[in-house]
Unconditional design. Structure first.
Length: 337
């Protein structure tokens, strides 16, 4: 079976993926900003010892043992944050399984950041998995915890449950109909945050946005899940309504998505930014049944393997920007064939 980021899931026409994370810190150590290098190394050693007992096929990997292309590929899969891999001065590691649906970052902003992932809208299942994993780790490690505040974290924004639940959504029709900004305002007013898929604002990145909870204290894990799920269901409804509106102008929509398909499949070279835009419109055409030459699994492969890091992993060598643009166009054709 392929990894989760190459699969379809529930409501995957709109919800690309789901993620749940928990921030944890160990008793007996300062928060990372006040830790010495020796203390950070001690944290890693302490956690490394328990990995064989965790199960799930998890493996401990020192970040310094990974080359830059591999680090970039992990960022592109949304398994680690860009900031985590950019800072190579501090001891860091990840705990990862072969399916890559579990990735634990060690020494990011907190000692431990447990993350679980799935295609589509699967927050409840992910919640069950992460609680099970967290309890296993908690039996072998002593977490910093306060009866008054809950789990203690370096940022007040994460204190309490330490939980963040998020979904990545594809919203091309809301963009095309000019309704996106109104929907974004509603989400923000409901106590949720929405930003680009790599965290840098809400600019267009192939019409992909990440929605997550702001509040971690005063709510249970179940309430957080329910809030994010309810918001995502409203977003799904709004996006699908916008798509029905676009379908009424049949020729215009077919012309737009097939022009994108034509460029994507016939270009001799293509930049990363242009590729994101074209993939977004082609995916819309596939999801609406207009483009029958592709299916969503191929869209997933094109979306992943045209990103710089995973493109280089796909072909097995490092390449400069211009060479990647040429190879990107070739990979699109290979996947479609």
């Amino acid at each position: 079976m392929s990894n989760w980021y190459l699969q379809n899931g529930k409501d995957s026409d709109v919800v690309i993926s789901s993620r749940v994370r928990l921030n944890r810190n160990l008793i007996g150590y300062n928060f990372l900003k006040k830790c010495t290098k020796e203390e950070k190394e001690s944290i890693l050693e302490k956690i490394k010892e328990i990995v064989p007992s965790l199960g799930y096929g998890l493996k401990y990997i020192n970040l310094e043992d990974l080359d830059n292309v591999t680090k970039l590929s992990l960022v592109e899969k949304h398994l680690v944050s860009p900031e985590f891999v950019m800072d190579d001065k501090n001891p860091k590691a990840i705990i990862l399984n072969d399916d890559e649906n579990i990735c634990i970052m060690l020494n990011e902003d907190d000692h431990i950041k447990i993350q679980v992932f799935s295609a589509g809208q699967e927050l409840e299942n992910l919640n069950n998995l992460i609680i099970e994993l967290d309890e296993k780790m908690g039996e072998m490690l002593e977490y910093a915890y306060s009866k008054e505040f809950g789990f203690l974290t370096s940022s007040p924004l994460n204190i309490g449950t330490g939980m963040k639940a998020s979904v990545i959504v594809h919203l091309p029709a809301l963009t095309m109909t000019g309704n996106l900004s109104k929907v974004l305002r509603i989400i923000n007013n409901l106590g949720m945050s929405i930003r680009g898929v790599y965290g840098e604002g809400t600019q267009n990145q192939g019409d992909l946005y990440q929605i997550s909870n702001n509040q971690t204290i005063g709510l249970s894990e179940k309430e957080i899940m329910l809030n994010v799920r309810n918001i995502s269901e409203k977003i799904i409804e709004q996006e699908r309504t916008a798509r029905k509106f676009l379908v009424k102008k049949e020729i215009e929509l077919e012309d737009r998505v097939y022009r994108a398909y034509g460029l994507l499949t016939n270009a001799r070279k293509i930049s990363s930014d242009e590729c994101k835009k074209l993939i977004s419109e082609v995916k819309l055409g596939v999801d609406l049944g207009i483009i029958k030459e592709l299916d969503d699994s191929k869209i997933r492969k094109i979306e992943l393997y045209t990103k710089a890091g995973n493109l280089q992993k796909y072909v097995g060598k490092a390449m400069e920007g211009y060479e990647r643009e040429i190879k990107r166009a070739e990979i699109v054709k290979q996947i479609i064939r």
